[in-house]
Design a protein around this ligand. Structure first.
Ligand code: URP
Ligand code: ZN
Ligand code: ZN
Length: 463
């Protein structure tokens, strides 16, 4: 199968070039002017951008959590990804008690087998840090192709600081990267008690119970452990301006602290929790939405380079029957998480690039090129000869109003309902095969279920 993309503008992290792109099989094999190769399919890309497929390195596909499970499985989750121009997903793989990391990886791979429609990889989440599990970091980096390790500083399955130090020591040796959900659990426990006594249990109090200072303190502590070990760390779903300051301060001192944020922390604020009829529950996620001040600071962090990646933290639970049932009388019982994998690229383009908050090139960097470098996806993240033909033909003028009924995620709402979008994918290719197209009203999946492959990643090489 070969595809010739004619007359488009290739966008990279550093610039734009008008050129034709030729893909043969899985890979891009030629880029140049007026390419005249025989092809099974010729795509007229005049007036369109050719973007590298976006990479979402933070998803929770089918994750068991808070008495239920995240609703997208590998089929619905990756179909939604494809329709949003996301051609690689790096999903969290929560180690269960007694499992080795390899067993956890094999278990989650078996969930993806025959279902994934775009390529995927896994970050093992260390939840049972037995000494032999810490030792397994070497193999995960060198053999399993999973050199990034998630740890939680909150929730029942959090790890303690001693474990974090051990993991940092071990990842430093083998090119691993520790990813941290940074919130101070004791601040949250205290706030929960105070709010409970006061009978303050509506969704808004979820935000009050997890103040910015909880994120700030946890990041500061994690940074100290990086200083102690000389290792490196990646903060997931950074949400607050105070958290960003801690990242920036560490980076200014030359410490290897990296961070991602998510569209929800750039675009939504805590006023959402006050929506009537319990609708505020739709935004219950951890960390919580902050204020407009944090939104603005995060855009600056993205533009200035202190944030290197935008991911989604895609973790969908229905509003009806899950969010509105489990936590009706207590915000603490509302399943934490929200859907987002399908709206990542279009939100970042429309709200970021079109509104002048970041450049188109920066968007490509934080969604694709930089993400691939951060997580060792050596064949992804760029439109270049030899790379996988993961290509989004993007129409920067196409309008679309985000609404749940036109999306593919297996959930009954989107936190971005009503957002007016400028710029939509027109065609999406995963390793040279068309997986989604714009049908004039919405994106449509046209790929093959089960074609997505597990991608082995390389150890961290610096950023
Ligand atoms: O609320 C969230 N973020 N749910 C998913 C799990 C996590 O903490 O990332
Ligand atoms: Zn988290
Ligand atoms: Zn998450």
């Amino acid at each position: 199968m070969s595809v010739l993309f004619k007359g488009g503008t290739i966008v990279s992290a550093t610039g734009r070039t008008k050129a034709d792109v030729y893909a043969e099989g899985d890979r891009i094999t030629a880029i140049g002017s007026n390419l005249d190769y025989p092809a099974d399919e010729v795509v007229d890309a005049a007036g369109k951008y050719l973007l590298p497929g976006a990479i979402d390195p933070h998803t929770h596909i089918s994750m068991p959590f808070m008495g239920t499970h995240a609703q997208d499985d590998y089929e619905s989750g990756t179909v939604a990804a494809a329709c949003g121009g996301v051609t690689t997903v790096v999903d969290f793989d929560l180690q269960q008690k007694g499992e080795t990391l390899l067993e956890a990886i094999e278990r989650k791979k078996s969930w993806a087998e025959g279902k994934a429609v775009v390529d995927y990889s896994l970050h093992p989440a260390v939840m049972d840090p037995r000494p032999e599990v810490i030792e397994e970091v070497k193999k995960a980096c060198q053999e399993y192709g999973t050199p990034s390790f998630k740890i939680f500083m909150v929730y029942d399955f959090r790890v303690d600081d001693a474990t974090m130090i051990k993991l940092l020591e071990e990842t430093k040796k083998y090119g691993g990267l520790v990813q941290v959900h940074a919130e101070n659990v004791y601040i949250i426990q205290h706030m929960n008690e105070v709010l409970e006594k006061a009978g303050k249990l509506a969704p808004y109090y979820h935000a009050v119970s997890r103040p910015n200072i909880a994120e700030e303190e946890a990041i500061a502590r994690a940074v100290k452990m990086v200083e102690l070990t000389g290792s490196r760390i990646y903060i997931v779903h950074l949400s607050s301006k105070e958290g960003l300051w801690k990242v920036k301060e560490a980076r200014d001192r030359g410490i290897d602290v990296f961070a991602e944020t998510c569209p929800q922390y750039l675009l939504l604020d805590e006023e959402r929790y006050k929506e009537p009829d319990f609708n505020g529950a739709k935004y219950v996620m951890s960390p919580p939405l902050r204020t407009a001040e944090s939104n603005a600071a995060l855009w600056q962090g993205l533009k200035g380079g202190d944030l290197q990646v935008v991911a989604t933290d895609h973790c969908p639970f229905d509003f009806v029957g899950k969010k509105d049932m489990f936590g009706k009388d207590d915000y603490k019982k509302i399943p934490n998480g929200a859907p987002g994998i399908e709206t990542l690229l279009i939100l970042l383009h429309s709200e970021g690039v079109v509104k002048g908050r970041i450049s188109l090139e920066r968007m490509v960097d934080v969604l694709s090129t930089g993400t691939a470098r951060m997580f060792g996806l050596k064949d992804k993240g760029e439109i270049a000869v030899g790379k996988d033909a993961d290509i989004v033909v993007f129409d920067p003028e196409q309008k679309f109003t985000i609404t749940q009924s036109k999306l593919h995620m297996n959930v009954d709402y989107t936190p971005f309902e009503g957002f007016e979008i400028t710029g939509m994918p027109q065609l999406v290719y995963s390793r040279g095969k068309k997986v989604a197209r714009w049908n004039g009203e919405q994106m449509e999946f046209v790929g093959e279920v089960g074609r997505g492959r597990f991608v082995k990643r390389e150890p961290f090489e610096g950023f």
